[in-house]
Design a protein around this ligand. Structure first.
Ligand SMILES: [Mg+2]
Length: 418
């Protein structure tokens, strides 16, 4: 049976959510920043720009100072992850009403496997438009998404990537060649410049060239990745919609310091906060870590840091902080710090093993109790003294790749295309 896959991608998501929340920001070039600069010449970068900002040339990832040069009237707001998460939860709960197989791919993207819920692609296209309308009426009229409809994850994602903003694009065996001919090879998911260059040397300049290339030759020249490329553009499914997310390889947080200094009294509490965020995510997934990585960027020359294997698995925030401190601050910094980063690696499920020694178990129970309190009453309801004075630093952030879980109950209503 032919599969029916939808890929939904919210457009300019963080900025649109901000414009949804504040009507005065709508229709205006807006940049969502990691943090707002404290002084006139403060640094920082734009982590999401509104559609209007993109039109005047302010792109995501741009430094605030550069954005102001391009468009002095740009409006800046500081990001507020809880707003995006709660909006995503509302959107994903609508998606979960259409199929029992939803894969949250990031904070603003999801795959829906609608095989069995609809008979063919055109029906799914109608439902895609219904989903777009429902997001506007039930979540917010300023929120729009692009949707790709096809028979594989790759082609559905490709469809939403090249669809007009707020549109639906169906990619079928009959239309794929025409759609491929309209775009560049690097517009396809996973084909970056390096791959494009390798393909170019084989005489493959377009997605249609790739589609028609003898697969045996591709495998001979590029190995397994050659087969994956060929399969993707020929509508061969390589991976199913994953309703349970894969376990992460590492968990970490980083922070660009608004104040450049080598003062440990300023840096240590911020490191503690990054370790707490890391620890919270580690524990919420019932994982413990065997390795630690910590890095401190310096104003001049190379940064300091590295990775280390932990003697005992890391689980509590003090465990992580102790290991990170040892990597970074065992001797004075030679220069002002610009950035702090910490991550735990080599993750494994918690052993749950009852330790013979009470003093090993107690910190774990304490960490779990503190996490429950912070889950219920908000971040930093209870915090270690090591984080004292960091309210304005290292705010909660949300990565695009971070996903949101959706309600597990299967859909109760079957939506019929209108
Ligand atoms: Mg998006």
């Amino acid at each position: 049976m032919q599969k029916v896959i939808l890929h939904i991608d919210m457009n300019s998501y963080f900025a649109s959510v901000e414009q949804q929340a504040n009507p005065f920001l709508r229709g205006k070039p807006l940049g969502v920043c990691a943090y707002l600069p404290k002084t006139k010449n403060g640094n920082g970068c734009i982590i999401a720009s509104s559609m209007e900002a993109k039109k005047v040339g302010v792109k995501t990832g741009m430094r605030i100072s550069d954005a102001k040069k391009i468009y002095p009237g740009i409006i800046l707001v500081q990001n507020e992850p809880s707003k995006y998460r709660s909006t995503t939860e509302k959107i994903f709960s609508i998606l979960a009403q259409y199929t029992d197989r939803v894969e949250p791919y990031s904070i603003d993207e999801a795959f829906l496997d609608m095989t069995g819920w609809v008979r063919e692609l055109p029906q799914a296209e109608l439902l895609a438009r219904q989903i777009q309308r429902r997001i506007k009426t039930e979540v917010g009229d300023w929120l729009q998404c692009s949707v790709g409809v096809s028979s594989t994850r790759f082609l559905a994602k490709f469809g939403s990537d090249v669809a007009p903003k707020g549109g639906v694009l169906m990619v079928t065996p009959d239309t794929v060649a025409a759609i491929f001919s309209r775009v560049r090879i690097t517009d396809a998911w996973g084909i970056k410049h390096k791959t494009a260059w390798r393909l170019w040397r084989l005489g493959i300049a377009t997605l249609n060239d790739l589609r028609r290339y003898p697969v045996a030759n591709l495998i001979a020249c590029l190995g397994k990745p050659g087969y994956y490329l060929w399969a993707n553009v020929n509508g061969v499914e390589l991976s199913d919609v994953a309703t349970t997310p894969a376990a992460p390889k590492s968990i970490g947080h980083s922070y660009c310091l608004p104040k450049r200094t080598d003062d440990p009294a300023y840096l240590r509490p911020i490191l503690a906060k990054l370790c707490e965020r890391t620890g919270r995510r580690l524990r919420s997934q019932n994982l413990e870590a065997r390795g630690i990585f910590a890095y401190c960027g310096l104003q001049h020359g190379h940064g300091r840091g590295g990775s280390k294997r932990a003697a005992e698995p890391l689980f509590t925030t003090p465990d992580i902080l102790r290991a990170a401190n040892a990597l970074l601050f065992s001797r004075p910094l030679p220069d002002a710090a610009t950035q702090l980063a910490v991550s735990v690696t080599d993750l494994q499920p918690t052993s749950g093993q009852q330790s013979l020694f009470d003093d090993i178990l107690k910190p774990k129970l304490l960490a779990a109790a503190a996490d429950r309190l912070n889950d219920k009453y908000g971040e930093s309801t209870i915090a270690s003294g090591a984080m004292w004075g960091t309210t304005d630093n290292a705010h909660d952030r949300v990565g695009y790749r971070k996903t949101i879980s959706i309600p597990a109950s299967p859909p109760t209503t079957v939506y019929i295309p209108e």
